[in-house]
Design a protein around this ligand. Structure first.
Ligand code: GDP
Length: 483
């Protein structure tokens, strides 16, 4: 990727297999390039912004295409047998498809550049021909995410918003969608910008003090300085903590189902997955593998860990099986501990694994159909994985274990590990500044520490500092071509 290029780029923007397809073109010469292969009422280069133009995509005859090279007539011998039905005076053009072209004028386009979106028929052949002709007319194929790189470089969005575009495309639940759209709308960026401004204020106060050091005036009151730094750190820490929720929503909330062999783990898993499967199997392109171990409950996606281990009961007896179970428990946000009602006594023993503070344990008594009228100890959910009784209560309990309040109230929720790392670095740098403050570090060094904090915050949005190429490369290579 070369983010500084301003040549014309093209890419299909839609997934293969649809009735229609959109090919995107962007760059200073985008409309002129399109005009070379488009035949409509007028020139696209003269068209107003946000207008739609009907016409044909044509190929100038005499320039062999990959498929028909050899059969095609060379320009110097136009009257060959294959073209005998064509009047000699007619322009030598072959129509590829009837299309609609949407025109966007700089800077009011996704990339901020002159752009066009060509809607053609969804045939793979037509799409590749349109792309080939555009490339021959002066464009080149875009690399993954290159449209969004340009949007970023042209100031249409900051880095965190650009990343939200990728998240939006990948979102598979209401919560993940909300997360991405909130970030895309820039609320998060505004929060970070506010933090950055406060930090800049601190630095300028400190540096002002440096300028006046001869007169020995302390402009930045140290107590106030410390208080402001504490407030900033509290904000950074709150954002960092929100990553637990953000990550769970983006990746799916991790659930481990544990219990003795024959407690009913597989039966329960199948129950939890089945209804979802019926819902999503109609969506083209989703494979069973992908959805197999995930289920959506009230807008949040849950993923079940090590379900292979659950399915192979004998495996549990082996050492490896036990280790796998322990590793699933460690990775889970929610642990469903399944007990067999026909085996369990009235007092439930403590779990034989560790439950961390950030994890939720749901103790569930299965096979209640075998013990009608059994009263459940407090805090224990009842279920029959076989009949489905109690399943809704379990679903509600799973959903309630994920507090999405923050998300739907528009609070900043960090969902990107790159951002979480940057916040951690910012927090560490701030801790060093606190140390410096305590140890009476000279003002210029103190100011440098705070500049470091600003630098780390700045890498999230990419604003206010030069972003190294590797960071850009890293972010945009995860995009699909055409975005
Ligand atoms: P796992 O070893 O924990 O995965 O347990 P399975 O899901 O394979 O279930 C073990 C046996 O218990 C199977 O024969 C299931 O049909 C049966 N089972 C599971 N859940 C229930 C239930 O709610 N009621 C009854 N009566 N049997 C169940």
């Amino acid at each position: 990727m070369n983010g500084t290029d301003h040549d014309t780029i093209v890419a299909p923007a839609t997934a293969p297999g649809g009735a229609l397809a959109v090919v995107r073109v962007s760059g200073a010469e985008a409309l002129a390039v399109c005009d070379r292969i488009f035949r409509g009422r007028g020139k696209l280069a003269d068209a107003a912004a946000y207008t739609l133009h009907y016409g044909r995509i044509v190929e100038q005859e005499g320039t062999p295409s990959a498929e028909v090279a050899g059969v095609r007539v060379a320009p110097e011998q136009p009257e060959s047998a294959t073209d005998s039905d064509r009047p000699a005076s007619a322009p030598a053009e072959r129509t590829i498809d009837d299309v609609l072209v949407a025109v966007f004028r700089a800077p009011h386009s996704y990339t901020g550049e002159e752009s066009a979106e060509i809607s053609c028929h969804g045939s793979q052949y037509i799409i590749s021909e349109v792309l080939r002709l555009l490339c021959r007319a002066g464009a080149r194929m875009a690399s993954p995410g290159e449209f969004t790189v340009r949007a970023y470089l042209n100031g249409k969005m900051d880095l965190s918003q650009a990343e939200a575009v990728a998240d939006l495309i990948a979102s598979s639940s209401r919560a993940a969608h909300t997360l991405a759209t909130t970030q895309l709308r820039g609320g998060y960026s505004a929060d970070l910008e506010a933090l950055r401004e406060r930090l800049l204020e601190l630095v300028s106060l400190l540096e002002l003090e440096l300028d006046f050091s001869e007169e020995e005036v302390e402009f930045a009151d140290r107590t106030q300085l410390r208080e402001t730094m504490e407030q900033i750190d509290a904000r950074i820490e709150a954002m960092r903590r929100s990553f637990t929720l953000g990550n769970a929503i983006k990746q799916g909330v991790a659930v481990a189902i544990v219990g003795a062999p024959n407690a009913g783990k597989s039966t329960l898993l199948n129950r939890l997955l089945n209804e979802e499967r019926a819902l999503v199997s109609d969506i083209a392109g989703t494979t069973r593998d992908v959805i197999e171990e995930r289920t959506n409950i009230d807008g949040v996606e849950f993923r079940f860990l090590d379900t292979a281990g659950i399915r192979t009961t004998e495996d549990r007896l082996e050492r490896m099986g036990i280790e796998r179970t322990l590793s699933s428990i460690a990775r889970a946000q929610i642990i469903i501990r399944l007990l067999d009602a026909s085996q369990a006594g009235d007092t439930i023993p403590a779990p034989d694994f560790e439950v961390r503070q950030d994890q939720r344990l749901l103790t569930v008594m299965n096979k209640l159909d075998r013990c009608p009228g059994r009263t459940l100890p407090e805090g224990v959910l009842g279920l029959s994985a076989k009949t489905g009784e109690g399943l809704d209560t379990l679903r509600r309990a799973l959903r309630a274990a994920v507090d999405t309040q923050a998300l739907y109230h528009g609070d900043t929720v960090v969902s990107n590990s790159r951002h979480a790392e940057a916040l951690t670095e910012a927090h560490d740098a701030l801790l060093r500044a606190f140390d410096g403050l305590r140890e009476g570090l000279p003002t210029d060094l103190l100011s440098e520490e705070i500049r470091q904090v600003i630098g780390h915050i700045g890498t999230i949005t990419g604003r206010g500092q030069i972003t190294p190429d590797e960071v850009l490369q890293n972010i945009f290579s995860k995009f699909c071509v055409g975005k």
